[in-house]
Design a protein around this ligand. Structure first.
Ligand SMILES: [Zn+2]
Length: 87
């Protein structure tokens, strides 16, 4: 009788361990899948070339400055444009 209890205890523990591992693994698989999907969905960052509102020079977007939806090649041209606007 004691032996039967011991065996059912082992089976119970095995079942708990199985469930725990299954949950952990399926969670990990889900994480991996989501990461892969995210990597596929994220478009490769393309360097955009924009024209300065003041001097019309074309430069890469991340080297310029945005102000009120307008693009400038430098703070100097941003300032000059704003001065020009006020007159
Ligand atoms: Zn400029």
């Amino acid at each position: 009788m004691g032996r039967l209890l011991f065996i059912s205890g082992l089976i119970f523990l095995g079942w708990i361990a199985y469930r725990f591992l299954k949950n952990t693994w399926s969670q990990r698989l889900r994480d991996v899948e989501q990461n892969e999907q995210r990597a596929q969905q994220a478009p490769a960052r393309v360097q955009q070339i924009k024209a300065c509102t003041y001097c019309k020079t074309h430069i890469p977007e991340d080297e310029g400055i945005y102000r009120d939806g307008k693009f400038f090649c430098s703070y100097q041209h941003l300032d000059r444009y704003l001065e020009h606007e006020q007159q």
